[in-house]
Ligand binder design. Structure first.
Ligand code: 8X3
Length: 248
């Protein structure tokens, strides 16, 4: 298969690229950081790199129009690029952070999907994977725009399924919970390593390889099976009672 992964230079994206490459699939790896993509290319067999910002629609159009012939038929699109910025209450957030999350998690994700989907429908074959989050389903303090963007991703994936009826194109939204060993929390906490360390301390959180395995599983099932959504958490993470604020 040809597997196109956004945000492929690190974390989930890089682990997903390596998982598919391990079983001989061809990878199209898109990310901004060219050196990181080149190091990925050195690690895996067949890998075409696209050093491009996922928000750059014109750049994406250009790169997709000039894919090498044996990478042109994309079998799996993994919409992995995304980010969280901040964990403050909504009244204390930086509006620029909200805009950036909307730009990457929603606008860029729909942009790449919009560019790749027609060829899949035409070939009556393909799989769109979105990286959602448990934050798109369960609200938590400070989740504000990040969680809302992931709720968009979940509903977008489900609505795609409705539109793609009869086309044989599959769609899956993967919804991970607490996950360590990627740059996710370092970006969210703007480089505050102590906050990152205390979040993951003794948590036995999910790892990028766990997410990669989930993506690999849903996309390699027999073609008549579509996993709509796949929610996964570390065993250590679970639910708490709803919060009740009481007057003194
Ligand atoms: C990552 C999971 O719980 O940090 O999307 O929002 S969480």
């Amino acid at each position: 298969m040809v597997v196109f992964i956004t945000g492929a230079s690190a974390g989930f994206g890089r682990a997903i690229a390596k998982r598919f490459a391990q079983d001989g699939h061809k990878i199209i790896a898109l990310a901004r950081r060219k050196e990181r993509l080149e190091s990925l290319q050195e690690e895996i067999q067949e890998c075409f790199i696209i050093p491009c910002d996922v928000c750059d629609r014109k750049g994406l159009e250009h790169h997709l129009a000039f894919l090498p012939q044996d990478y042109q038929n994309i079998d799996v699109l993994v919409n992995n690029a995304g980010l969280a910025l901040g964990l403050e209450g909504a009244d204390k957030c930086d509006f620029a952070d909200w805009v950036q999350m909307i730009e990457v998690n929603i606008k860029a994700l729909t942009s790449v999907t919009h560019l790749v989907l027609p060829q899949m429908v035409e070939r009556r074959s393909g799989h769109i994977v979105t990286l959602g989050s448990i934050a798109g389903k369960y609200p938590y303090p400070g989740g504000n725009v990040y969680g809302a963007s992931k709720a968009f991703v979940r509903q977008f994936a489900l609505n795609l399924r409705a539109d793609l009826a009869g086309t044989c194109v599959r769609v899956t939204d993967i919804q991970p919970g607490l996950s360590s060993d990627s740059e996710f929390s370092l970006v969210r906490f703007k480089g505050d390593v102590q906050k990152v360390e205390s979040l993951y301390k003794n948590s036995n959180a999910l790892k990028p390889e766990d997410i990669a395995e989930a993506v690999y599983w849903v996309t390699t099932l027999p073609k008549h099976i579509n996993i709509n959504t796949l929610e996964l958490m570390p065993t250590s993470q679970s639910f708490a009672p709803l919060n009740v604020w009481r007057e003194d």
